[in-house]
Design a protein around this ligand. Structure first.
Ligand code: GLP
Length: 237
């Protein structure tokens, strides 16, 4: 695991954006795993700035988001579908059919999860480069503590602390209780992984990850089982 201590949040965002843009330059048809949350917003801002100066950027890129809430419409301002449009997809030349986000309003959620997993497998067999945020409790995607490391895309219940951490995005107070998330095994099949963690709120989780104890009670520790992981850490967020 390669650890990079960034100067600040701007530096973290710049490094993350450079890594993503380099991957696209190397392989314009690359398959990316993409995160949501507050941490990657700076990365997406940088990417949008850079791509506005290029003619082709995301034209043939394929993306799979890590997760989505269950039970809120895609148009809801707090859905990850809306988030991705706002922060990236509306500003770059990605083909909407190549931008995958789990459908949290599917009638048959289990079928949707199987379908999502199959779509990832179809796209070059696995993800090429996946970016992750880090929950305070160590979650990656929405894989909460206790998630088996061999888990696949599925419906999960959200911990009270996770719902509280995201509650300000739901001013009506109706914070979803469930989500669809890529599994830990799905994430670990990505050929390379970049974890982004900024701010004092993540310090404890970062220290626990750095300690290197691999245990299902701390989902991010699964990353120690992978040999191409970069962790970008900054003291500010
Ligand atoms: C959310 C998302 C995760 C994200 C994490 C951290 O619940 N499902 O994918 O990485 O929490 O979010 P933030 O960057 O806002 O702290």
């Amino acid at each position: 695991m390669k650890w990079i201590a960034c100067d600040d949040y701007d530096d973290l965002s710049l490094r993350a954006a450079d890594t993503l843009l380099r991957a696209i330059r190397t392989d314009p048809r690359t398959v990316l795993g993409l995160p949501t949350g507050r941490t990657p917003i700076g990365m997406y801002d940088r990417i949008v700035q850079q791509c506005s100066r290029q003619y082709h950027c995301f034209r043939e890129v394929v993306t799979f988001n890590l997760d989505e809430y269950v039970g809120i419409p895609r148009e809801h301002p707090a859905s990850y579908f809306s988030y991705m449009r706002k922060h990236l997809f509306d500003h770059v030349d990605i083909d909407p059919k190549n931008a995958h986000i789990p459908n949290g309003t599917a009638q048959d959620l289990d079928a949707e999860c199987r379908h999502y997993e199959a779509e990832i497998a179809r796209a070059e067999r696995s993800l090429r480069l996946t970016f992750l945020g880090l929950g305070r409790n160590g979650h990656i995607g929405f894989n909460e503590p206790g998630t088996p490391f061999d888990s696949r895309t599925r419906v999960v219940s959200l911990e009270a602390s996770t719902r509280a951490a995201n509650a300000d995005l739901f001013p009506d107070g109706h914070v979803p209780t469930r989500a669809i998330t890529m599994g830990i095994a799905t994430i670990l099949e990505s050929r390379a992984i970049v974890l982004l963690a900024g701010g004092s709120g993540k310090r404890e989780a970062i220290e626990r990850l750095r300690a290197g104890v691999v245990d299902e009670s701390f989902p991010a520790s699964a990353l120690w089982k992978h040999d191409e992981v970069t962790v970008l850490v900054s003291a500010t967020s």
